[in-house]
Design a protein around this ligand. Structure first.
Ligand code: UDP
Ligand code: MG
Length: 154
């Protein structure tokens, strides 16, 4: 089972969509194994968005991520990173498919409601950035036999 990081951004918090977005992942069958509210700062954002440091929108992006506390989550499931990325849609909310989180709730390439890790490898790194070991929980998902085939559960 893979784990992935989701951050409900200030645009999600201010549009009162926290419950809505969590509900989508829950209904899909993903298992929530970590969640907390936190205030991001430059130290963590400089690392988290290091791949964008030379972009003209970098400072603006950091401001937008510091505007309110965010909600960070760890979701678990088969191919969790892939599944969540499909569910959130492409970066720009104006281009994201209807039915995705960004396609349904964002009109912006920056105020796009959620962050999600783009691969299992980056999820591993990002989860360490936002969670202490003891903040990620290991518990039985009792409906797993109805979410996955026997082969998938092996
Ligand atoms: N971003 C932006 N302007 C752009 C592209 C990206 O402000 O033209 C912001 C946006 O909030 C995005 C974040 O930078 O979610 C990270 O960019 P990335 O390319 O990693 O997109 P994501 O993985 O979030 O889809
Ligand atoms: Mg990204």
């Amino acid at each position: 089972m893979e784990k992935t990081l989701v951050i409900l951004k200030p645009s999600c918090v201010q549009k009162a969509l926290i419950g809505e977005v969590i509900s989508r992942f829950e209904k899909k069958g993903l298992q929530l194994i970590g969640m907390k509210m936190m205030q991001l700062d430059d130290d963590i954002l400089n690392v988290h968005y290091a791949h964008l440091k030379d972009e003209p929108f970098f400072d603006c992006l950091k401001q937008s991520m510091k505007a309110t506390p965010v909600v960070v989550q760890c979701w678990q499931g088969y191919d969790a990173a892939l599944v969540v990325r499909k569910m959130i849609g492409v970066t720009n909310g104006r281009e994201a498919e209807a039915g995705t989180v960004r396609g349904d709730y964002s009109l912006s390439s920056q105020q796009n409601i959620v962050h999600a890790s783009d691969s299992t490898a980056s999820a591993e790194e990002e989860l360490k950035r936002f969670f202490k070991k003891e903040e990620i929980f290991d518990y039985n998902q009792t409906n797993a036999p109805f979410l996955y085939s026997k082969e998938e559960l092996l």
